[in-house]
Every structure is written in C-alpha cells, then in structure tokens.
Design a protein around this ligand. Structure first.
Ligand SMILES: Nc1ncnc2c1ncn2[C@@H]1O[C@H](COP(=O)(O)OP(=O)(O)OP(=O)(O)O)[C@@H](O)[C@H]1O
Ligand SMILES: [Mg+2]
Length: 516
C-alpha cells in the first residue's frame, strides 16, 4: 500500500512539474492541446465511463434528472454522510437525496455504479429567454466500461419506471392550473400545482349504481389498456363529456375519477390561453396518468363569434369558432379574437384533444363538462373526441339511497318501509339535484329522523310546484333558448342562424357511446 502511495505521489509530482514547464515555455494553444491529449490518454486507460444528466437540458427540464433524484432517494446504500431532506408541498412523505457534490453507490442486476450529485453556480452572464435557476445541477453516473451496455439498455428505463412508482406512492394527487396565463416559472412550467385532496370517490358519488359501475369499468379498461391501444394503433387517451344541470355532480365525478385511478388533474382555464400554440405548449407540459379538464366548455366557446372560414366547406366551418373569454382578458387592445392573432379556435381545441399533438404523452383522459350539451358544436361531440357522453341527472331513488347512507349513515334496511316508498314515489317528480338534497340532509344531520322527514317534505313541495307548472320546464327551456338565439341574432344576425343549424346533431355522433 505504501508503495502505491509513493508511486502516486511521484506521478503527481511529475505531472505538476510538466505543467509548470508547459506553462512557462509553451503558448496557451499548445498547452490546451496537450491537456486534451492527456485527458484522452487517461480516458483510454480508465476503467470507467461517465454520463452527465443535467437538470435543464437546453431550455427544457430534463425528466431523467428528476427521475434519478427520486430513485436515489429510495436507495438504502448511501455512502455519503450528508443527505438533503425534503418534504414537498404536495407530498405526504419525506424524501432524502444526495447533498451537493455527494456520492452514492447503487447496485443493479449485480452491477455497481456510482452516482454523484454535481452542483455549480450558474454564470450570471448566461443569456436565456427565461429565468434559469441560480445553480446548475446534475448527476454524473460512473459505470465500468464493461457494464456500459447493460446500463444503457435497461438501467435508465428501470429508473424512470421506479421513479414514477415512487412519485405516485409518495405524492398526493396534484391539481394543476394555468391561471398564470402564458407565463412560465423558472423551471419552464406553465402549470401551477396545488395538492389535490378532494374527498369525492365513486362510493360517495350519488348516481345510478349500474351507470356508475359502467363508468368505473371503462376507466379500469382504459388504465390497463396500454397493449390494446398499442395493438389497435390508437393514442392512449379517452374523452368523457359530462353534462347535466348544475349541482348534479359533474365536478365531483371528475374528482372521483382522479381518486379512483390515482391521476393528477389539469384544470385548463381556456380564458387564460391566448392562442393555439400556447394551448399546444400547455398540452405538451402535461404528464401522463392525468385528467385534463375543461369545465363549462359552452361558456368558453363563444358561438356568437362563429364565422365562416375562407374555405367554406360545410365541415370546415365547424373549425373556426373563436374561443373568447367572457372578460376578454381585461378587454384591452390585446388584438381581439376576430383576426385570430390573440385567440384560440375550435380547430386548436380539437387538435389539443385528438390531433397529432394530443399523442405527445400517453394515458391521458380528457373531460369536458357542460350544463348545455345542445350548445356544443357537433365537431366536439363526435366519437373519438368524446368517447363517452355521461348524463348527470337529477337525483334518482338509487342515488338518494347513497346520499342517505353518506350523510345519515342509513343502510338499506334502517329506514321504515313506508318512508322509503314515500320517498321513491316523489323523488323523480321533484327533480331535485343531489346538491339540493345534500343541503337538506346536512342541515339536519344531528337528528336523522327529522332530516328524512324534512327531505320528504321538501321533495313533496318541489314535486307539487312542478305539477302545478305542468311541463313549464320544457316551455321555460325553450324560452331560454329563444332568448339566447335572439341575443345571438342581435350580436351577429347571419352567424346566429348558421350556428343554430350546426347545432342539430349530425350523423357523426350517432355512434357515440351514451350513458343516460
Ligand atoms: N351526484 C352527487 N353525489 C354526491 N354529491 C353530490 C352529487 N352531485 C352534487 N353533489 C354535492 O353537491 C356539490 C356540488 O356538486 P358539483 O360541484 O359536483 O356539481 P356540478 O354538476 O359540477 O355543478 P356545476 O354544473 O354548477 O359545476 C358537491 O360538493 C357535492 O357535495
Ligand atoms: Mg362543476
């Protein structure tokens, strides 16, 4: 051992001596060339090869860096004696990672590799289109040359897979929003996230049990369908349209879906998106295993702005609907929607859901919600875009039983037979939403009997009112439609008529899967 160190010291001494001679005698170019040569020679004789995985790859965040960080946090074979502990805002677990410039040995399939976490200060003069973090971070992987192929073939894939698994296990669901408009954060993300802790599940969701299990099966088939989608050449994504009156559980259903599958939610606020390319960028920055939601789609797409495209074929006119935020982003001279300079179009939205761009990623679910399905453009409804149309109806008797169980802990046999029959008789006639019924139950939840009695009373009053009005609901909705049509005609006389025509359900959606 002593001999080894003596040899090493003499080699270093010789090298230092050579360097000082190089420094004094040779010009800088020659010095640089000789250094390069020296590195080559040492690399040639070295047993190892090295891979750098930087946090930011050009302008994009390097997913592999994040994956390695998570993966290493789960490793037990730490040789570094200082670890950094983190508990993310969105995480319920504490993760530990390598401190700056610390090392860790990992063993994969019997092969040992060394990871080093390298942190250096970023030079302030570096030019960038967006603010970059002050530190440059990266991992260096040292592998024996003879193990190189094994590492490149399967180790890195294994790390990605493992990291995703850890992420899902550690993290609570995340709810992302694009409420910041088009601006990016320092790591280039257009989405902001908060922990998603919505307690809604399919157990708590009050709806027809048959319908519910159909949806759950569909979700399961989707989540397990990687091979199927691959085999049939389809992008691994699915679209659901949830429609029905306010308070029937559309948003609750989305939360239940996310909790059921363990997916994150991207709540896309269309009014914050300035144009199609921004929409595309947002899509590109969504992760797989996620639900992308556009709530109240009929309010985001302003059909009164419909205008014929230059190419006036019947089909294409559907693709030229401006998405105009009701508030027009402050209404300042932002270019407006008419010129298309600062607006997104229906074609942009359709590309987002089923164009080529929708495939940049996988295992994603699109959910649109609306209170007025009849207002939606048929182009949005055709199958392939929205695979399943789910009608969230007023509270039915089976749904009521779920609410009674959730709010009052009543099981099937707990209620008197007579009371159940009374409730069953009146529930459909009353047309009350689960939200309304929940209110009555919450108010009286300390006294169960009173709660049920009050509920029956409320249902009877509502049913009576409905009966008195006698079909006025149909008339009212027609009135509302007439009013809206008038409004459209006032704003844009010709265009209003056109849009009405295209509302008629085309043959396209005949094959749509519908759950009523
Ligand atoms: N089907 C349901 N099952 C259980 N709870 C429900 C259901 N529908 C509504 N609720 C209750 O009513 C509240 C409002 O429901 P939710 O926000 O899901 O309705 P929505 O259909 O999305 O309404 P909107 O169309 O106004 O957005 C929920 O917090 C939930 O407590
Ligand atoms: Mg809602």
């Amino acid at each position: 051992m002593k001999e080894f160190w003596t040899t090493m010291a003499s080699v270093m001494g010789v090298w230092a001596f050579c360097q000082s001679i190089l420094h004094t005698v040779f010009p800088p170019e020659l010095r640089f060339a000789s250094l390069k040569l020296f590195n080559r020679i040492t690399n040639w004789f070295s047993l190892y090869c090295y891979y750098d995985i930087t946090e930011i790859d050009g302008v994009n965040t390097n997913e592999l860096y994040n994956a390695v960080q998570l993966y290493l946090s789960s490793s037990a074979s730490i040789i570094g004696n200082r670890l950094s502990l983190t508990r993310g805002l969105n995480s319920s677990a504490i993760t530990f990672g390598l401190s700056n410039n610390d090392c860790l040995v990992d063993v994969y399939n019997g092969v040992a590799v060394l990871w080093e976490h390298v942190v250096t200060q970023r030079q302030s003069q570096t030019f960038s289109w967006r603010p970059l973090p002050e530190e440059k971070r990266g991992f260096t992987l040292r592998v024996r040359k003879k193990d190189k192929s094994l590492i490149l073939e399967s180790y890195l894939d294994f790390i990605m897979e493992k990291a995703n698994e850890i992420r899902r296990k550690n993290q609570d669901r995340l709810l992302y929003t694009n409420s910041r408009g088009g601006s990016l954060d320092s790591r280039g993300h257009p989405w902001e996230s908060v922990p998603f802790k919505h307690p809604s599940t399919f157990d708590t969701l009050a709806m027809d049990p048959v319908k519910k299990s159909e949806i759950m099966d569909d979700l399961q088939d989707f989540a397990k369908g990687e091979v199927f989608y691959q085999k049939t050449g389809r992008a691994w994504k699915r679209g659901y349209l949830l429609y029905g009156p306010p308070g029937t559980g559309k948003s609750s259903m989305i939360a239940a879906m996310a909790n059921y599958l363990g997916y994150d939610i991207y709540d896309l606020e269309l009014t914050e998106v300035n144009n199609n390319s921004e929409l595309r960028k947002l899509l590109m920055k969504t992760s797989s295993k996620s639900i992308i939601v556009i709530e109240d789609i009929d309010c985001s797409i302003n059909l009164t702005n419909r205008k014929k495209s230059n190419n006036s074929s019947g089909r294409n006119k559907n693709y030229d609907v401006s998405v105009s935020p009701p508030d027009m982003r402050g209404g300042s001279g932002s270019g407006g929607g008419e010129e298309g300079g600062n607006s997104i179009t229906l074609s942009g939205l359709l590309n987002f859901t089923d164009g080529l761009w929708s495939c940049c990623g996988s295992e994603r679910i699109f959910v649109f919600t609306t209170n007025h399905i009849e207002k939606l453009d048929p182009a949005l409804l055709r199958s392939g875009r929205m695979d399943m149309h789910i009608f969230m109806s007023y509270c039915s008797f089976p749904a009521l039983k779920i609410l009674l169980k959730n709010y009052l802990e009543y099981e099937e046999g707990d209620l008197e037979r007579e009371m159940l029959e009374n409730l069953e008789e009146v529930i459909d006639k009353a047309e009350m939403t689960p939200a309304d019924i929940s209110e009555v139950l919450i108010k009286n939840r300390r006294d169960k009997d009173k709660a049920v009695r009050e509920l029956l009373e409320a249902l009877r009053v509502r049913a009576e009112k409905k009966r008195e009005k006698g079909g006025s609901r149909e008339r009212n909705s027609t009135d509302v439609e007439d009013e809206e049509e008038e409004k459209r005609a006032l704003e844009s006389p010709k265009e209003g008529c056109e849009s009405q025509e295209s509302f008629k359900k085309g043959e396209e959606d005949d094959d749509d899967e519908k759950i009523h």
